[in-house]
Structures are given as structure tokens and as C-alpha cells.
Design a protein around this ligand. Structure first.
Ligand code: MN
Ligand code: MN
Length: 500
């Protein structure tokens, strides 16, 4: 029997809104979940997803993707790749898995919310597929590192991290709780699908897969490609939502959702992507710097998408451009120095050749960030190892939960941006994180940063050892140490002063 073409029945098949008889429309679709903006159901019904897929097609393609990724893993499982890989690369894998695997599972919740509560039938379909996507690639990202646990217990953090109070996890969780776990359907579509997935992660996954292939890790490269193809489809949920909101007089609300989420995601994204690109990947394999990547794929391309959809550039664009030059370099200094607090072994990535490259890509790097590393190098060379790692806590931003920092050296731009609210003082890394707090203080005011917990009695006594224990370091596996056990310092013995 001949089957109809998809286009002949697709529109009809997803016209699934009906007039409820036993409940009111508000009961079926409460405003808090479905639409706090009061846009009519007829308007939501115009939602038209750019990427059309049927359930039959969906499961066939997903099965193929899984078969592909698992086959590559099986074929390569007896290779010694992970025994001989550069420890800096393995650190990137550990960081990735711990930060991402269970966040994918968590993303099932906003997608399921969309599948149930969206007033747009087509969007409900897309939400269901997105839910299945996140479930699939959450599982696959737990299974792949599981095979590596026997080689290295730090890989256990793929599962462990999101259940811990590790500072890096608190930062990611605060972000995800804000943009995807506690928002209504349309706001979440802007924050998660448009700002997060379209703006930052989709192109990043393409680059990450290429980079993994370049260093010979075809297992991880295929895994990431498999995930990227899921994300590229469901990321498209956001655009039609913004178009409907702009057309219905809700541009300001859509703009604010974009502005909040883009900044929040950026702060974490820069650590997960900028640090690997500029410090962890071997110099000879680097195609572009993080900054070049940001300018090409985000600052140019995403900006165009923002304007195309009828919104404006976020108001803080200049702060953002400044952060692209600084934020991940600051965090690289901090993560390496406070390496016991993370579940991977951070690489310094600042040998003489690497520093030349950093100076070329970020003019002025040596005169600022370089001065930080000069002190580190001098301490290690002169046997003052105890000065080459941090044993207290830094000030942490009450919004992004990331250590407050800025350019070191003569410029010394680090400062806290503070705000008093209901008798409490909050500290922020930038005017943007401070602005986000001000958009909805009630939402944010009761969260305790890791530093707040040292004073509230939750971490008692607040000694460094106890803080590490609170964060889970040393429980499942030891906290981080230098990825190369200081081997990189040898280059400075023959060349005693750091390159100017
Ligand atoms: Mn995902
Ligand atoms: Mn996703």
C-alpha cells in the first residue's frame, strides 16, 4: 500500500489542540507553565518548526546514530588510546563529562514541560523529540566514560559531579536551574533553545568533534557529532517562539530573557570551551584561538540571528567583548592554582612556546596574565611548591558562582560589584551579573554561594580540608594535580626568565 508523502499529512497530524470540556483552558495550560505573556492560543498555533520530522523518521535516524557511535567505541575499545593520550586532553574529557552528562538528563525536564504545557501543538511535538534526544545522549555520555573508570577514578565524576557541591558544579547548576529548570515554556525556549543551544553550544560541538579527531580520539569525536545532530534540530524550537512574541508586542520580555540567558551561559561556556582551546589542546593541533572562534561563530553569526529574529544585541555587548579577552584566562589561572578543588588534573599550558602563541592571539597577555604565571614559575623553580597552589577560597560571584576576577598585572582590573538587598550584601563579578540579580531579586536572593556556606555554618569548620571534603574532592577520587607533574617547567630551567 502506498504511503502518503509526509508533506501531505504532517500539518494535519500535529493539529492537536482541542476545546476542553471538563477543565478550563487555564487549568489545562496554567499561565505560570504555559505562557505568562498572555498571547492567544490562535497565535501560538502559528508556531511552525523549521525542521520537520515524524516519529517514524525520528526513531530510525536516532537508532542509526546510536549504532554508529557505539560501533566506533566497540571497534576501538582495545586500542591503547586512553593509556597514552596526553593527560591534558584526558583532563578536558573529565571536565566535559562531569559538567555535561547529567546536565543532559536534567534537560529532559524542560523538554518534557514543553511537550506537556506548550500551547503550540507543533512545539509540543518538538519538545517530545528534544526530550528523547537529551535522554539518549545523556545515557551515551554516561556509558562512554564508564569504560574509563577502571583506568582512572576521576572519570567517575561523569556521574558523581552533578550530585556534589563542587564549586564548578554549583556554578553550572545555578545556571541550569535558572534558565531551564524553573522557567515557563516560552521563556525557556528563548533561554535554552535560542541563547544556549543556538547561540553557544551547537557550533561549539562541531569544533569539539573536529578537535577530538585531530588528536586521534575518534570515539569521542563520533560521540560529539552524534550529540550535535540532536542539538542542531531541537535548538530550532526557540526561533518561532521569539517571532510570535515579537509579533504580539512582547519584544521587551523576549529581549530580557535573551539578555539574561546569553550572559549566564557565556560565563560557564567560556570555561568549558575557552580553557581547552587555548590551554589544553596541543599547540600544533590548534586551528584557531578561542577569541577567533568567538568572533567568527558567535559575535558575527549569532548576532545576525538575533537581529534576524527581531531582537537587538544584548545591552552589555561591550562588557561581553571585554569578557572574551579576559574571563577564561582568569579562570585558567584560578583553576590551575586551585587544582585540588576540581575532578580533573588541570594543565598549565604556559610553556615558552605556548606563551608566544598566547601573546600573538591576545596582545598584552604576557604583560598581564603572564605576570601571574611568572610568579608561579619562579616559585616552582625555586622549590617553593607550597606557594604554587591555593589553600583558601576566593571571592565568588553571587550570580554566576564563578570566582570574581579580572586582568592581573599592572592594570589590576579585578573588583567586586556589590549590591545591598534586604540587609544583605551581594558581590558580583561584573555589572551584568549584578543587573541580572536586579531583574528578579526574589528569585535569586536566598541562594548561598560556596563562600556564603563557609560563613553560614554549612561548612563547619571552614578549613580548606573541610571545604574540599564538602565539595567531594578526595571522596571518590583525589582532587586535581598538575596534569604533567610540572614537566613543563623544565623549559624554564634553560631559559630562566619567562618570555617577555
Ligand atoms: Mn543535550
Ligand atoms: Mn539540548
Amino acid at each position: 500500500m502506498a504511503l502518503l508523502e509526509r508533506s501531505e499529512w504532517y500539518d494535519l497530524a500535529r493539529t492537536t489542540n482541542w476545546t476542553p470540556k471538563y477543565a478550563t483552558e487555564d487549568e489545562l495550560y496554567p499561565a505560570d507553565m504555559s505562557d505568562p505573556y498572555g498571547i492567544s492560543t490562535e497565535e501560538w498555533e502559528t508556531f511552525d518548526e523549521p525542521y520537520k520530522v515524524t516519529f517514524r523518521e525520528y526513531v530510525a535516524v536516532q537508532r542509526e546514530k546510536d549504532t554508529g557511535a557505539y560501533s566506533v567505541k566497540t571497534a576501538l575499545q582495545h586500542s591503547d588510546y586512553y593509556d597514552v593520550a596526553d593527560p591534558a586532553y584526558l583532563s578536558m574529557l573529565k571536565m566535559h563529562y562531569g559538567a555535561i552528562a547529567l546536565s543532559e538528563y536534567a534537560a529532559c525536564q524542560p523538554d518534557a514541560r514543553t511537550a506537556r504545557f506548550s500551547k503550540a501543538p507543533g512545539m509540543r511535538n518538538m519538545g517530545l523529540f528534544a526530550f528523547l534526544d537529551e535522554m539518549r545522549h545523556g545515557q551515551i555520555q554516561l556509558w562512554f566514560p564508564h569504560a574509563l573508570v577502571r583506568k582512572d577514578r576521576q572519570f567517575d565524576w561523569a556521574h558523581e559531579a552533578q550530585h556534589s557541591n563542587n564549586w564548578a558544579v554549583l556554578s553550572g547548576r545555578h545556571l541550569m536551574d535558572d534558565v531551564m529548570m524553573t522557567r515557563d515554556v516560552p521563556t525557556c525556549a528563548i533561554m535554552l533553545s535560542f541563547a544556549f543551544e543556538t547561540g553557544l553550544t551547537n557550533v561549539q560541538l562541531v569544533g569539539l568533534s573536529e578537535d577530538a579527531a585531530k588528536v586521534g580520539d575518534h570515539t569521542f569525536s563520533n560521540l560529539i557529532t552524534s550529540i550535535q545532530s540532536d542539538e542542531a534540530r531541537h535548538a530550532q524550537i526557540g526561533t518561532p517562539v521569539i517571532e510570535i512574541m515579537v509579533r504580539n508586542g512582547k519584544k521587551a520580555e523576549a529581549q530580557q530573557a535573551l539578555d539574561i540567558a546569553f550572559w549566564r551561559v557565556w560565563r560557564v561556556f567560556a570555561i568549558l570551551t575557552g580553557v581547552p582551546m587555548d590551554y589544553q589542546f596541543p599547540l600544533e593541533k590548534r586551528a584557531m584561538s578561542f577569541k577567533e572562534y568567538m568572533h567568527e561563530f558567535v559575535i558575527t553569526q549569532f548576532q545576525r540571528q538575533i537581529l534576524d529574529v527581531g531582537l537587538d544585541r544584548p545591552w552589555y555587548w561591550d562588557h561581553f567583548l571585554d569578557d572574551v579577552e579576559n574571563h577564561h584566562h582568569c579562570q585558567q589561572c584560578g583553576i590551575w592554582s586551585w587544582r585540588q578543588t576540581v575532578w580533573w588534573n588541570p594543565t598549565a599550558g604556559v610553556g615558552p612556546r605556548e606563551r608566544e602563541w598566547l601573546e600573538e592571539k591576545y596582545p598584552g597577555w604576557n604583560a598581564s596574565f603572564g605576570t601571574y604565571w611568572d610568579v608561579v614559575i619562579d616559585n616552582i623553580l625555586n622549590g617553593r611548591d607550597e606557594l604554587a597552589w591555593g589553600d583558601s577560597m576566593t571571592a565568588v560571584c553571587n550570580m554566576c558562582q564563578i570566582p570574581i576576577s579580572h586582568r592581573p598585572g599592572p592594570e589590576w582590573r579585578a573588583r567586586a560589584h556589590q549590591l545591598d538587598y534586604e540587609g544583605r550584601r551581594y558581590s558580583f563579578c561584573t555589572p551584568v551579573c549584578k543587573w541580572i540579580f536586579g531583574t528578579d531579586p526574589v528569585r535569586y536572593k536566598d541562594h548561598h554561594s560556596i563562600v556564603d556556606r563557609m560563613y553560614s555554618g554549612e561548612i563547619e569548620p571552614p578549613t580548606f580540608d573541610n571545604i574540599l571534603k564538602y565539595m567531594g574532592c578526595g571522596e571518590v577520587s583525589e582532587g586535581g594535580r598538575d596534569a604533567h607533574d610540572y614537566a613543563w617547567i623544565e623549559a624554564y630551567r634553560t631559559q630562566p626568565q619567562a618570555a617577555e
